[in-house]
Design a protein around this ligand. Structure first.
Ligand code: PLP
Length: 406
């Protein structure tokens, strides 16, 4: 199965709303799920349903084995060891776990990006002194400014592999090595937007990284489950965010003994069905080669950039080059302060689903666009024709709302 026909695997795309086919262009928020992921979850509930790591009976041991197999398949995907994969609720929880668990002091310097997601900015700012790397004149990360900030000897450097607003893919290999060389900083990668793409797959044996955070739901997996990869020596030093059942070896009346990594970070009953679905999502991604994924992503990115540059009434945030960029386009419309009417009309009159707002990255949106944006984000099952369709619909709506004489 290739990328061109993979849309048949996504039941939602068979749905019509008011007789219209759906064009789903909000993939940076969350992706659709292939049938195999949905089946894995439903199969757990219809055939097993037991809790994991608790009972010694057949169903519980079967569920535990399936759950742990997912951990090992993710480890294999990243070139890591099984005990370096911690299941979390999502990327947000994974990032909070690291920011909290490192026991930072308020004057410890942490470097993030101006276009970081709030899931990074808020936890790092709570626990340390966060400095943000600016964007350069093209809208990519300003490497000169990054090197300048490294002179402050940060304790932690948080690299957003792919921005959910500009779509820029940062040179994380180069940036991670520079951080290690400058001050042996702890390197954290936010891979929420990159892990969905086979061509951006990270191999931890080749990258000087200590932690990687991502969510399952943006990479065709279910909501409710995400991951933190942590180098075992780093996870060993991390303080758990949550305490409770499943993360201790024993508890007496006054003390307790925590389990080894990764289990001491997984207190309470986890989302078992979602985790099994996540395992299927990783298997599904293995259907696509890095080359095909890159070609497809570039074709979608070119369509997004071309459509924006052809229209005087649009401003596109970020670089106008399609290399090192994912198919995410954040747009502002001249003369239009409230984009929500446009998004609703795109949905209701054309079946086109895309997002408006600050994309949980308000510092960069305010800094570069002066207000809210309309974001289109495309994925493996989208086509450049759908991007063209989006722009044609936008032309009609902009004309209809009297925002521009066409
Ligand atoms: C770059 C980036 N980091 C982190 C997150 C947070 O992901 P989640 O909401 O799944 O925790 C997102 C979500 O949009 C994101 O785009």
């Amino acid at each position: 199965m290739g990328i061109t026909d993979c849309h048949v695997d996504f039941p939602v795309l068979e749905r019509q709303i008011d007789g219209q086919q759906i064009t789903y262009l909000d993939n940076a928020a969350t992706s659709l799920k292939p049938r195999s992921v949905i089946d894995a979850m439903s199969n757990y509930y219809s055939q097993n349903g037991a809790n994991i790591h608790r009972g010694k009976y057949y169903l519980s041991e079967e569920a535990s084995d399936s759950y742990e197999r997912v951990r090992y398949s993710i480890a294999k995907y990243l070139g890591a060891f099984g005990n370096e994969i911690v299941f979390t609720k999502n990327a947000t929880e994974a990032l909070n776990l690291v920011a909290y668990g490192l026991d930072l002091k308020s004057d410890d310097i942490v470097i993030g990006f101006l276009d970081s997601h709030h899931a990074q900015i808020l936890p790092w700012r709570r626990f340390a002194n966060l400095k943000l790397v600016n964007l350069d004149g093209e809208g990519s990360i300003d490497l000169d400014h990054y090197h300048e900030l490294l002179r402050l000897k940060p304790k932690v450097v948080v690299l957003t592999h792919c921005s959910n607003v500009t779509g820029t893919v940062a040179p994380i290999e180069q940036m991670a090595s520079a951080a290690k060389e400058a001050c042996d900083a702890i390197v954290v990668v936010d891979a929420a937007q990159s892990i969905p793409h086979p061509h951006l797959r990270i191999d931890v044996s080749k990258l000087e990284v200590d932690f990687i955070a991502f969510s399952g739901h943006k990479m065709m997996g279910p909501t409710g489950v995400g991951c933190l990869y942590g180098k075992s020596s780093m996870l060993d030093q991390l303080r758990p965010l949550m305490l409770g059942g499943g993360m201790v070896d024993w508890v007496d009346e006054v003390s307790s003994q925590e389990r080894k990594i990764p289990h001491r970070f997984e207190a309470g009953t986890p989302p078992i069905a979602s985790t099994l679905g996540l395992g299927e999502a990783f298997s599904y991604l293995l259907n696509f080669s890095k080359e095909d994924s890159l070609d497809h992503s570039q074709a979608l990115t070119e369509a997004i950039i071309k459509g924006a540059l052809e229209r005087d009434y649009l401003q596109l945030l970020g670089t106008k080059k399609s290399i090192n960029r994912c198919a995410i386009g954040s747009l502002s419309i001249q003369g239009c302060d409230d984009l929500s009417d446009i998004a609703r009309a795109l949905s209701d009159s054309y079946g086109i689903m895309c997002r408006t707002g600050h994309m949980c990255a308000q510092p960069v949106v305010d800094n570069q666009m002066n207000g809210e944006i309309l974001r289109v984000s495309a994925y493996l099952y989208n086509t450049p024709a759908e991007i063209d369709r989006f722009y044609k619909a936008l032309d009609e709506l902009v004309s209809f709302f009297g925002l521009q004489e066409l």
